[in-house]
Design a binder for this molecule. Structure first.
Ligand code: ADP
Ligand code: ADP
Length: 229
């Protein structure tokens, strides 16, 4: 599904240079559920942003879905991103002024999907996430767990091959957090590749593979024995 080779990403602020990702190579196969772990500041979010093409590496190569995307122009990158990747964030990132249904419809509008098809897809994904009855509510009227389910619905309504989640349970209590993990597990079982950044070793248990970073480098990779069965 994706292959990163020797990725380097530096940040410069005045005199200080930070090597956020320091020569990292990983391959993630279609259908995998991978967790990225490591201490705060080790480069997890930077790595996820590079995988999601929200950010560019300074050097290294990146193949996504069989295509070399390292040297694409900005508009081509946006195109690949919108068609291939769904994002879930820790703080949901829903638009407060739009209803649940309108939030979930947005990515379909960006892809110029016709209105009747949009409605069908929105209704189907809201049903799947168990929030169909909240379609006309605003995000502020929902619990955190419901908001994150809306955010997941928005991430997957375009049926992306790859879903990237940055601390998706970070703002949820364990009950709602587990609900969101179950949803991600279900998506993965249906064939979606998932890469999730997490602090929580409990959350990482849903993954088949855990990648641990330290100082922008790969520390260890372990395969979760329980999930191998
Ligand atoms: P993590 O997600 O593991 O906490 P990050 O990827 O956010 O780590 O950060 C990796 C390193 O890069 C940290 O030292 C962080 O301070 C630095 N960093 C991240 N984003 C920026 C930025 N926009 N400007 C400057 N430094 C940054
Ligand atoms: P749904 O509306 O999707 O059926 P539920 O009503 O089953 O979701 O909510 C699940 C749990 O979250 C219930 O225990 C419910 O009391 C609680 N809950 C619902 N709305 C809120 C809210 N706005 N804030 C906090 N908890 C909530």
């Amino acid at each position: 599904m994706l292959k990163l080779e020797n990725i380097v990403k530096k940040y410069r602020t005045s005199a200080v240079e930070t090597l956020a990702v320091n020569g990292l190579s990983i391959t993630i196969n279609q259908g995998e559920f991978v967790a990225i772990m490591g201490a705060s500041g080790c480069g997890k979010s930077t790595l996820l942003n590079i995988i999601g093409m929200l950010d560019n590496a300074d050097s290294g190569s990146y193949f996504l879905d069989g295509k070399d995307v390292s040297s694409l122009k900005a508009n081509e990158r946006t195109d690949v991103r919108k068609n291939t990747i769904g994002f879930v964030f820790q703080n949901f990132n829903l638009i407060d002024e739009l209803t649940v249904g309108e939030n979930v419809e947005l990515p379909l509008q960006y892809l110029n999907i016709p209105k009747s098809e949009r409605k069908q897809k929105v209704d189907r994904v809201l049903e799947k996430m168990g929030i169909a009855h909240r379609k006309n509510h605003y995000p502020s009227q929902l619990s955190g767990g419901q908001q994150q389910r809306v955010a997941v619905a928005r991430a997957v309504v375009t049926e992306p091959k790859l879903v990237l989640a940055d601390e998706p349970t970070g703002n949820l209590d364990s009950h709602f957090g587990n609900e969101v993990l179950d949803i991600l597990k279900g998506l993965n079982a249906a064939g979606t590749t998932i890469v999730m950044v997490t602090h929580s070793s409990n959350d990482a248990k849903v993954a088949q593979r855990i990648i641990e970073l330290r100082d922008g480098k790969l520390l260890t990779e372990r395969v979760e024995a329980v999930n191998q069965l």
